[in-house]
Design a binder for this molecule. Structure first.
Ligand SMILES: [Zn+2]
Length: 411
């Protein structure tokens, strides 16, 4: 079976064309979700998808589905999708590549008159970034039943605008009930956002899952005191305790193979040159691909807090504020991606995603997987984000090959 060849130049041209919606001075994109720039790229996408033979529907959280009919309309659609929103200083590829490569795949099908068994869909998920309306992956989260609709509608940006109002304002509050839309499968192509593929010299990341993540808030309490008049042995220095915990958290990340552990935010109070710090707030972020190992990391972190802070005369509160279990993608789809890359003659590497993606939530309701392509020096969420012409084309080709292989299995 000869597979179709995507048009690499056309894909690149659409990436560069749509980058004009929210273009920044440094060549990146500032396209916050539900902004005027987001409306423009959505309008562009709708027109382009319709021209490629698709019917576009929108659900009540603004998720867009561009459907190309299949031979057997009774089958649930096979989807390819990602997101068109960006960070305020985002790049041209994060999310965008997944949607536009899917569009290129459908254009290729349309051009050749190829008939799939199942309908094929391109999905643009709303508010993946979570930069304007927290949390991230909101549209796919409501779709998968992880977040209630009312929760999404009530999210507010810093100016007090609600998600629901912003959606109405740009005209993308659809009539379809979120989640009522059945999916037969989904493959999300995305840039890696890390350095692994580049360092391995591989073009295609065969993503087998997404690591589990746990977030904690910690407040350490000591006693404010004069730095000159308080002898060392009488101090309750909260910042000293926090410093030792930060070191211990880093050590936990190193102790567990494939684990990562980070203190990324810290507030020292009163933060004055001549006051022994009386209170420190900080966050802890623990991640591992195995939930049982993540559990062990959490236990080690809790033991470290007690072992470090108690002897310093400090008290503390620690609270887990968010958790996302490890995700394992669908083996049959992972196999399709692997064979699709082989067929295209591309070097692959199996990997687990370190970041969250829409595919995390979609995987709860339909067979799902992801394909990664490299990004220069692993840099993303940055205007300098860069994936080459050839890498974008390779990702799109593997996406098309994989979806067609899965579709042939439905015959
Ligand atoms: Zn993304």
């Amino acid at each position: 079976m000869q597979n179709l060849k995507i048009n690499a130049q056309r894909l690149w041209d659409t990436l560069m064309e749509t980058a004009s919606f929210g273009r920044t001075m440094k060549g990146g994109i500032n396209r916050l979700t539900l902004s005027d720039d987001d409306r423009q790229v959505r309008d562009w996408f709708r027109t382009a998808a319709e021209a490629a033979g698709c019917t576009v529907t929108v659900d009540e959280v603004g998720n867009m589905f561009a459907r190309r009919p299949g031979r057997r309309e009774g089958l649930a659609p096979l989807a390819m999708g990602s997101h068109l929103d960006t960070q305020p200083t985002g790049g041209k590829f994060d999310g965008v590549l997944g949607v536009l490569a899917a569009l290129e795949a459908v254009r290729t099908l349309q051009e050749s008159g190829y008939e799939t068994n199942a309908p094929i869909e391109i999905i643009n998920w709303t508010n993946e970034e979570g930069s304007r309306f927290a949390p991230a992956m909101l549209g796919s989260g409501v779709f998968a039943g992880t977040f209630p609709l009312d929760f999404a509608n009530g999210r507010q940006d810093r100016d007090g605008n609600t998600f629901a109002d912003a959606l109405m304002r740009i005209g993308y509050r659809g009539s379809e009930k979120a989640g009522a839309h059945k999916l037969g499968a989904m493959i999300e192509l995305h840039i890696e956002q890390g350095p692994i593929l580049e360092n391995a010299g591989a073009t295609i990341g065969v993503v087998t899952g997404v690591q589990g993540m746990r977030w904690y808030d910690v407040t350490v309490c000591g006693e404010d005191a004069h730095t000159g008049a308080t002898p060392m042995h009488l101090r309750k220095n909260a910042l000293l305790g926090a410093a030792r915990v930060i070191d211990a958290v880093d050590a936990i990340g190193r102790e567990f193979a494939l684990g990562v552990a980070t203190v990324g935010l810290i507030e020292n109070r009163p933060n004055s040159r001549n006051v022994v710090p009386g209170e420190v707030f900080f966050t802890i972020d623990l991640r591992h691909r195995e939930d049982n190992v993540l559990e062990q990391m959490e236990q080690r972190m809790r033991l470290a807090l007690a072992a470090i802070l108690d002897p310093l005369g400090l008290t503390y509160q620690e609270k887990q504020i968010w958790t996302s279990p490890a995700v394992r993608f669908a083996p049959e789809l992972i196999g399709c991606v692997r064979r699709a890359a082989e067929e295209a003659g591309l070097a692959t590497r199996d990997m687990v995603s370190g970041a969250g993606h829409d595919a995390v939530y979609v995987a709860r309701i339909a067979p799902t997987t992801m394909i990664f392509v490299p990004c220069l020096k692993g840099i993303s969420h940055n205007e300098a984000e860069s994936t080459s012409f050839e890498e974008c084309a390779a990702g799109a080709q593997v996406l098309l090959n994989a979806i067609l292989e899965y579709d042939r299995g439905l015959a």
